[in-house]
Unconditional design. Structure first.
Length: 147
């Protein structure tokens, strides 16, 4: 772990570490926390790094936006995480457009999508993985770069 985390990033890392625990990503076989670590390393600034650590926490765990506030995270971080949270029933590219409207979430979502595009992380990519790149991540990247 890097030694020079800002205060919001440090809080976000601790929340993400507790929330994700030792969960393993079934596609890559890696501990899930390696994904937000990679995304955080790709963005600049304490707020963006905090959002990067937390970008899947509300969507994938029982942590809520209010829990983030109680933990001491700023409203700017909470807004970014909210923008990065894919809501139930929301079409994926509509979600990406919503995330792109928030300046912090846009930068973090682009780093997230670029990491998801890296099929080298998957030991044996399937046709379904390739299809996801074509129909989900490449269109998302185009939306984010236009924003």
């Amino acid at each position: 772990m890097q030694q020079t985390m800002g205060p919001q990033e440090r809080l976000a890392y601790e929340v993400a570490r507790r929330a994700h625990g030792d969960t393993v990503n079934p596609k890559t076989g890696e501990v899930y926390l390696t994904h937000p670590a990679h995304v955080a390393a790709q963005v600049e600034g304490d707020t963006a790094k905090a959002v990067a650590w937390l970008h899947d926490v509300v969507e994938d765990t029982d942590v809520t936006l209010d829990d983030l506030r109680v933990a001491g995270l700023s409203e700017e971080v909470v807004r970014g995480v909210d923008a990065m949270t894919h809501r139930a029933g929301e079409e994926y590219l509509a979600f990406v457009s919503r995330a792109a409207a928030d300046p912090v979430a846009r930068v973090v979502k682009e780093a997230d999508v670029r990491h998801n595009l890296d099929l080298g992380r998957i030991p044996e990519p399937t046709e379904r993985d390739l299809e996801r790149v074509r129909t989900k991540y490449l269109p998302a990247l185009r939306i984010l770069r236009r924003a």
